[in-house]
Ligand binder design. Structure first.
Ligand SMILES: Cc1cc2nc3c(=O)[nH]c(=O)nc-3n(C[C@H](O)[C@H](O)[C@H](O)COP(=O)(O)O)c2cc1C
Length: 166
């Protein structure tokens, strides 16, 4: 049981090479269900998701982000977004949902990479998907059928663990 859980989690790697094949919609919906199963402070659940499957739009988005150019051949892009202003746990909740999404994608045999979005990148991405200025694009995640294999890794380091206090 324990090793199954660990295996599930460590299967998620950042995949940056894609075959160009489309990503089945059902797989995206399953991953969205996983995303929305994330914990959220006071159950605010600030998340919404823009799902892009149009090839030209995928290219445009991935080229607009300075570190997502690898994604031009992806089969989909997800942009988790929400109202950041006035909600202090926005980043925490959005990160939990994004990680859940990535875990599901990896375990469906697909690949993806979390590409970070900050204040400076908002105006690069927002106009391409019609996202209004009061909503914050939290991440840009190219998803596809993997054209590269990466082994599971835990990155476990005993020295980072402090049992019963520092
Ligand atoms: C907040 C955040 C932002 C990231 N931004 C990018 C990015 O812009 N481009 C990219 O190729 N990878 C990005 N990554 C992926 C990391 O490079 C990757 O997770 C790290 O190298 C560890 O590899 P792994 O995901 O295979 O375990 C980001 C990851 C996080 C958590």
């Amino acid at each position: 049981m324990t090793s199954e859980v660990l295996e599930f989690i460590t299967r998620r790697r950042s995949i940056r090479k894609f075959t160009g094949a489309p990503v089945p919609r059902e797989a995206l919906v399953t991953a969205l269900q996983a995303a929305m199963a994330a914990p959220s402070a006071n159950t605010v659940q600030p998340w919404e998701f823009i799902m892009v499957t149009d090839k030209e739009k995928i290219k445009e988005l991935c080229l607009a982000h300075p570190y997502a150019h690898f994604g031009v051949n992806a089969g989909a892009v997800v942009i988790p977004f929400g109202k950041k202003e006035g909600y202090k746990w926005f980043t925490h909740d959005m990160a939990a949902a994004t990680e859940n999404f990535l875990l599901a994608i990896a375990n469906l045999g697909l690949g993806a990479t979390w590409c970070g979005m900050d204040d400076a990148r908002q105006d690069l991405i927002r106009p391409l998907v019609g996202l209004p200025a009061d909503l914050y694009a939290f991440a840009l995640v190219p998803i596809g059928v993997p054209a590269e294999k990466k082994p599971p890794h835990t990155q476990y380091e005993e020295s980072k663990v402090h049992w019963e206090g520092y």
